[in-house]
Design a protein around this ligand. Structure first.
Ligand SMILES: [Zn+2]
Length: 368
């Protein structure tokens, strides 16, 4: 449900921020025909945005449609392809050229208002003479958080926010990992629990593409160094989609010299794979979480957001001394290792995929 009170509160906050701004935020256009047009174009902006689902970390997925207010003609479309590339609005404006002047811009997420790797989209929309902006939802990122809308309102550009409950919900659903990271400072984590509790080596390789397909919203595969060592370079190459990042975490399995040895081996393995350009050619980014800074699963999961990962997929691999899950009356977490149970209980996991014992098929279980 789109919280109307929240919208009104935001409108008031923005109005006080920009005294004299003539425009008022609404959650739908007063004109029924215009409201139906707004929904249609915002849905299209969402479709465009979804093309880059799971590829934009640390940025969100955003789509933009520019429509000529007089003729209803779409004159430019754009979406954010990946971090470092132009934002959705910039792509649509460049495609529309001079035809952008006087258009309504439909953007699935509030235009940014800060100078990053690209100039602010709020400024670009104004510069190109956009006459009205329809925004799917406010960007809760502290660097935006209403300031993109405020900038446009202050410049006299009317802004419609939200359009409908279902559009708002669709905008939120599309960016679940991004929204989770910017509001909680934690990556959205999908935990896969293979039947039998463990899946390493030959079993893990074929599972990865299936799992990544079940969690299209995540963009990073989080492997333990043990899992990396068990995987053949070919399996890894085949598993990783061109846009999937790889984050390797060294899970401390032993103690003292044994642990150091394992870390050294996994580092060498990792370096060798990079040298071969096997991973580099197939993954967008490869990073490493050493056990020194992330000695436990909980700390490793907390560190992923600082690595700029909106969403991660982890295939659970119980560590030797804590895999005796109690499982008494725990429902779906029965048989789960203690470390994974802790991660679920402490709210670090947002999605759990379980594999059926008999059919081997994966399904998502709900977390309350
Ligand atoms: Zn932008």
């Amino acid at each position: 449900m789109l919280p109307l009170l929240l919208l009104l509160a935001l409108a008031l906050a923005l109005a006080t921020k920009v005294p004299g701004a003539p425009q008022v935020l609404t959650n739908k256009h007063a004109d029924a025909r215009q409201n139906s047009e707004d929904k249609k174009h915002l849905r299209r902006a969402l479709e465009l945005a979804a093309q880059a689902l799971g590829r934009t970390s640390p940025n969100p997925c955003v789509g933009c449609v520019l429509v000529d207010g007089a003729t209803g003609e779409v004159v430019g479309e754009g979406w954010h392809v990946k971090a470092g590339e132009p934002h959705a609005e910039a792509m649509a404006l460049s495609r529309a050229g001079v035809r952008a002047r006087g258009c309504t811009a439909y953007v699935s997420l509030e235009p940014c208002n800060h100078f990053g790797r690209t100039p602010p989209c709020s400024h670009a929309l104004l510069k190109h003479g956009i006459a009205r902006v329809v925004v799917g939802m406010v960007d809760p990122d502290a660097r935006v958080s209403g300031s993109g809308i405020a900038y446009l309102l202050n410049a006299g550009v009317p802004v419609t926010l939200g359009v409908s409950d279902s559009c708002y919900q669709a905008c939120k659903n599309l960016n679940r990992p991004f929204l989770h990271r910017v509001t909680t400072d934690r990556s959205y984590l999908c935990l896969a629990l293979p039947a039998g509790g463990t899946a390493s080596g030959s079993r893990l390789g074929p599972l990865l593409p299936k799992l990544l397909a079940q969690a299209p919203e995540v963009d990073t595969l989080l492997l333990t160094s043990r899992q990396l060592l068990d995987l053949s370079a070919t399996a890894l190459h085949e598993a990783l989609l061109p846009h999937t990042s790889l984050l390797v975490w060294h899970a401390r399995a032993g103690a003292g010299a044994e642990a150091e040895e394992e870390e050294e081996v996994s580092k060498r393995c990792f370096a060798a794979l990079q040298d071969l350009k096997v991973i580099e050619g197939s993954a967008r980014k490869v990073r490493y979480l050493p056990s020194t800074t992330s000695p436990t699963l909980t700390l490793a999961l907390k560190a992923t957001a600082k690595q700029g990962c909106n969403g991660c997929l982890l295939v659970h691999e119980p560590t030797s001394d804590n895999d005796k899950g109690e499982g008494e009356g725990e429902g779906e977490s029965e048989g789960v290792g203690a470390d994974a149970k802790d991660a679920i209980k402490s709210g670090l996991v947002q999605k759990v995929l379980v594999q059926g014992e008999h059919d081997g098929e994966w399904s998502a279980v709900s977390l309350k």
